[in-house]
Design a protein around this ligand. Structure first.
Ligand SMILES: O=P(O)(O)OC[C@H]1O[C@H](OP(=O)(O)OP(=O)(O)O)[C@H](O)[C@@H]1O
Ligand SMILES: Nc1nc2[nH]cnc2c(=O)[nH]1
Ligand SMILES: [Mg+2]
Length: 159
């Protein structure tokens, strides 16, 4: 269970995705991008725009709860990507690495890139932008909304 939170704003996400695209440029051009849905969709769109890549495939991996032994299940396969040769896989983050491991097995020849990586998942990536501690939960901009916060002087009222 995460004990800290790291909030990522739209601006930060856009900047980090552009940084990743810049690092990826010398490794390309790519035949296409495989976005790991859903979290990889927006990073993949930003990278595709920067790299002028028009072929976007998706793979959807659903990791069920402990009742189902946390087993990852591919609910949509990346048919257009073959064995991954010439393709770039994009996700928002790697945590345990379970999702990345499964996707890499299916697309062994593809390059794997993500924005954020926790230590357990880091070895499964080829490229990432920012390392995040294992005990930190990343809050993406699509997970959050601005919220009213009372002024400090009024905090004791609420208590
Ligand atoms: O390294 P792991 O422990 O496998 O975790 C990383 C995965 O978890 C999140 O996706 P999630 O399965 O929550 O689904 P989503 O992308 O649809 O939100 C995230 O987008 C990664 O794909
Ligand atoms: N939003 C979010 N999803 C995750 N899935 C696995 N780890 C994380 C995380 O840190 N943040
Ligand atoms: Mg995901």
């Amino acid at each position: 269970m995460a004990t800290n939170y790291a909030t990522v704003t739209w601006d930060q996400l856009h900047r980090d995705a552009r940084l990743l695209a810049e690092t990826l440029m010398p490794r390309g051009p790519f035949k296409g991008i495989v976005a790991i849905t859903r979290g990889g969709l927006i990073p993949a769109a930003i990278i595709a725009r920067e790299m002028d890549c028009r072929l976007i495939e998706t793979i959807s991996v659903v990791t069920y709860d402990e009742e189902h032994q946390g087993k990852p299940n591919v609910v949509k396969a990346p048919a257009a990507a073959g064995d991954g040769e010439g393709f770039l896989i994009v996700d928002d983050l790697v945590d345990s690495g379970v999702t990345a491991q499964l996707v890499r097995q299916l697309l062994p020849k593809a390059l794997f890139a993500c924005l954020y990586a926790k230590p357990s998942g880091k070895p499964l990536t080829d490229l990432f932008v920012v390392e995040v501690p294992q005990d930190t939960w990343v809050l993406f901009p699509w997970d959050t909304a601005p919220l009213f916060v009372p002024p400090l002087a009024r905090k004791s009222d609420a208590a």
